[in-house]
Structure formats: C-alpha cells, structure tokens
Design a protein around this ligand. Sequence first.
Ligand code: ADP
Ligand code: MG
Length: 656
Amino acid sequence: MPETTHQFRAETCKLLNILTHSLYTNHEIFLRELLSNASDALEKVRFLQATGAAVRDAELPLEIRISSDRENHVLTIADTGIGMSEQEMIDNLGTIARSGSEQFLKEREGEKPADAELVQEGEDGEEAIVEHDDSKPSDAAQIIGRFGIGFYSVFMVAKKVEVTSVPASGDGSAHVWTSEGTGSFTLRALSGAEAEGLKRGTSVKIFLRDDAREYEEKWRIESAIRKHSNFLPFAIELDGSRVNTTAALWREPKFSITKEQYNDFYKFLTYDQTEPLDVVHFSVDAPVQFNCLLYIPGTAVDVFDERKDEWGPDLYVRRVLIDRRNKELLPNWFAFMKGVVDTEDLPLNISRETLQENTVLRKISQTATRQLLTHFERMAKAEPEKYEKIWKLHGRYLKFGFDSYQHRDRVAALLRYATSAQEEKLSSLDDYISRMKPEQKEIWYVAGSTLEAAKVNPHLSRFRRKGIEVLFLTDPVDEFALEALMQYKEHGFKSVELADAAALDAFPDVEGAEPKPEPLSEEKKPELDALVAAVKDILGDQVKDVRVTERPIDAPACLVSADGVSSSMEKLMRVMQKSDGIPQKIFELNPDHSLVRALMGICAADASDPMLKDMVNSLFDSTLLLDGYMNDPFAMAERSMRLLKQAAGWYSDLRK
Ligand code: ADP
Ligand code: MG
C-alpha cells in the first residue's frame, strides 16, 4: 500500500521537541492522556448509540484494553471507541488540538498569553499588570500535570508510535499513522490480511524508549492508572484483568464515600493536585431528579479556563456524559465550583444545541444554586475561618451575584470586607450594620487600589473623627458590585467621597478627637478667595478648577471629579476607555486646615512669592498621589528638597 508522508506543523514540532528532550519526573501522565482520549472516543460511541445512530460493530463492548509485550518493549492501548478516518488522523494527530498544549508551549517560552493577566490601575495612573498568584506554576512538571497536554505526551516515552484506527462510520477502512516524534508522520491504508479482523476503534502501539521500559511492567501501569485514571467511566483491562474500579462516584450514597475517594475524584476531574477545600454532594428528586457533586477548589480558579470561558459542571444523563463544562447548570458567580451533575430527567438523545434554554437545566440550576447558597451560609456561620479562606480565593466570583435578582440578598450576606473598625478581620454587611450608629442610614465605603491606599484617603479622616465605620474596597469590581446592589437591608451604599458635610456634622465627635478649628472669620474670606485665585494660577491646566471644599474632610485638600463619580469608579472607566495620563479634576481646599490658613497668610503678603508656588505645587502633588496618580517625580523630588532646605534652615535658626 502506498504510504504518504506529512510534515507536522511548526508548533507541533516545538512541542514534540520539548517533550522528547526534556526530563520530566512524571512521564507517566502520557497514560492519563491516552486513556482520556480512549475514554472520549468511547463516550462518543455511547452517545451515538444512545441517540439511536448506527455504529459499526455495534455488539462490541465499550472498553479499553492495555497489553504489554515485554520481549519487544511495546505497550498497546486499544479502545472500541469512535475511531478515526484517514483525514481525521491527519487533522487530529497532525496538529495541536488542545489549548492545554498551546498553553504548555507558551509557558515554556516564557511568554504570557494576552488575556492571562488582569489589568488594574497602578499608583501612577498607568495600567499595571497584576498577575493572578496561581497563574504561574513554578515548574514544568506542575504545568504538565495541570493541563492536559494531549496525545503528543506519548513521545516522552516512545521512540515510535503506530496508531491504527477503524472509524465507527464510513466505509470502515483501516489506516495506520506512524511517527517517531520528529518532523513528520506517515499514513498508510491497510488491506488484505493486515486489515482482517480489525474492528471499530483505535489502537495505539507504543515502542518504548530504552529509558522508559518501566511502562512495560504491570505494576507500574497499574499504579499510574490508579493515580490518574481510576474514575474513567469505562473498564480498563490490563493483560486481561480489570484495573480501574470506581465509576460515577456522584451516584454513590454520601456515607459510603471516603474523603480520600472524594479527593481522588477531584484530582481526576480537574488535574489539580491541591486538595479541594470542600465538597458539596447532594441528590434531589423534585422538581427534577439529579445528583450533584461539586468541589470548592483549594487554588484560585485557572485564569486560562476563564479566558476560554470554560466553566460549569460536566453534565451526565444517566451516567452518560452529555456535555463537559455546561454553563446552564450554575450561575456564573459560582463559576469557581467544579464537578458533575447527573440527571434522569433528560432524554439521552438530547442534542447539544437544545441544552440552551432547556427548562430541566434551568430547574437544576435554580435548585443547585439554592443548595449551594445554603451550604455557604451554614459554613460562614459555623466555620468562619474556612469561609474566609474560600472567600479570599473565590470571593471575586460571588461578588457578581448582584446580577441575580432572585438571590442578590443572599449573596450580599456572603460578601466580606476589611473595614476601618476592623482592618485585620473581614466583616460581613450584617457585622457592619450591627455596629452602625443609631442615626446612621448609609453603609459607607472607601475604594482604593490597595488597603494602604484606601486607608489614607483624605475623605476618610472625618469618618474616623465621628467614629463611623467605613468598608475598604480594594478590588476594582467591589464598588461596581455595591453600586449595582444599591442597598442591603434598606441601607444604601455610599462612597465617603460623596459625603455631605451637613449630614456628618450631626454626629458627635468621638472622644479624644482633635477639636475642630474655629471657622474662618468673615473678614478673612477675601484672603481665602485670593488664595483660590493664586492656586488656580499656579496649577494652570493641571486642574479643571480650584474651589473651597464643602466636603467633610480633615485633610488640607482633596481632588474630586467634575461629574460627581467617585475616584475609583473614574479609574475603572478610564481603564475601560484605555485613557492614560492624569485626569483633570477639581482641586478643593479645606479652609479649616492650618496649612491652608498659613498659605492664605503668605498669599496675602505676596501672591507671587516663589515659596507659595513651591508649596502649592507640593500640596497638589501629594493630594494627587493619595488619589492614586503620580505627577512628574523628578520635579516633585527637586521641589521637596528645596522646601526641606528652607524649613531646616528656619528650624535650626529657631532652636539657636
Ligand atoms: P484532545 O484530547 O484535547 O482533543 P489530544 O492531543 O489528546 O487532544 O487528541 C487530539 C485528537 O485526536 C482528539 O481530539 C481526537 O479527535 C483524536 N484522538 C486521539 N486519540 C483518539 C482515540 N483513541 N480515538 C479517537 N480519536 C482520538
Ligand atoms: Mg486528549
């Protein structure tokens, strides 16, 4: 039979090169990859049969057979799955199909995929790249364990691979794909004696490398299967005896399942080697019947999964896999949950298209959501530390629960924040409300890029003086989420930047607070007006306007945006609009502050005093910094040196 030779595509060559020339300690995952492909192929047949479609050799059992030939150092993995036609072999085995492989390559090259980072506003107003802590596995072994790298992983242990396949449909002709894992592969059609007796499915014949002969040993293969493939839903036979034992764990009664089994299944499902923080396992009979096994991962959910928008439990119908990562089964604010849903109430032959807007799935989602909320509520009460840990890892998702009209109040009760009263501990909104002043209506918050930034917000000091607690929002979505929630238990959310002075004045000062300065006398008002005019002149078009503040601040000055949005909201909008640089804002002076009073004096004596100019610029730059933007740092440093020199001179004269 004529043989055709094909070249691998460039990135496939790269991957092959890495796999064959690097030393990984966990070679054994090639077995996991090949067995998962076999299992996928079997699932496809089971699905076709369930839908009543005709498949070749319909009587064949759905199974995987492994045989090892120790004399010739050959390991063969055969399945009775869907098989591949000649063209499918070219397409599927000639290119990298899986994004896992792509990801693997990128990590190896040290380049980051475009969306793997979150763009956040940096201190200087530039877009700073903030990486997810977990997006960077420390070494290749971890990456390889975490992502499936697919079929090519076989070349970690093979010097040559022969794949023989008979597709379940079509004319049933058999083809052999052969490669040594270098630049090319060949294809050949089988006929006559060679094709005789071949049945539906695929057989992968691995000619083991000298340094990989351990994989012809039965115990070695068994241990790898136990570790990685124990939960495959098809029988795996090794030289005639059954290896894998447990399938469909989610259908077993809860009490009969050990923690170890739960954890093993999680690892099998996710490739995540970190133990899950919690398991939620339940079955429901009405309004729809389903079994649900969901995990709360112990690591932050993969950013790459998010990128591909891949989340949601796997959907089974009577143990038959219908759809992986089905997004109809849970709302997106539970996207960090991983697991399986299995229902009796859908027909097996349901087409994937009709899964959208399916009423059964909608009912499952509603019931599962309520169950999960109850689970989280109980945990938050009974095991607050555990809940806090989960919140820190996955809380970001829950914040989007404002999206759900039906559940937003329950989700809101699960939100956690550091506050000005308890910076170290996280508080719930109910905690906050329980500590509110009797006359207080609003739930106050301050947003900043970090806790430190939030704490020094000039608008906060007046709240501290009044002993009014303020939530610290440090995640860009926080403010957005609270604004969308609008209120909790009839208390609206409000940014301290938008506080109205009169309302705050009604609250008494806390004990020990610095006494409020005497208000500016009427005859000094013209001096204040003159200062405002001078500052406007000095700052020029760095600001939109300069005026006297009406806001309850203790700081000498603050910046506000012209259109009344809070500064963090403005930053968020600027990131979305991709505008950089420093925004033009309104600079407000606090006439009650001793610094501003002193500046008034200097200005009254000589409005063109160069010291006044330095001081005003310095005050502006510092205020800008607290608002999260940095002006020219060189000019800033130089000016500060000048001012220091003067101040030190005067001070030493004073002490003489
Ligand atoms: P993935 O499994 O993520 O698609 P792989 O590299 O593991 O990526 O496999 C590539 C493709 O090769 C599969 O999608 C499938 O179409 C095909 N394939 C691999 N092994 C088999 C098999 N045993 N039976 C049928 N098709 C297979
Ligand atoms: Mg695969």
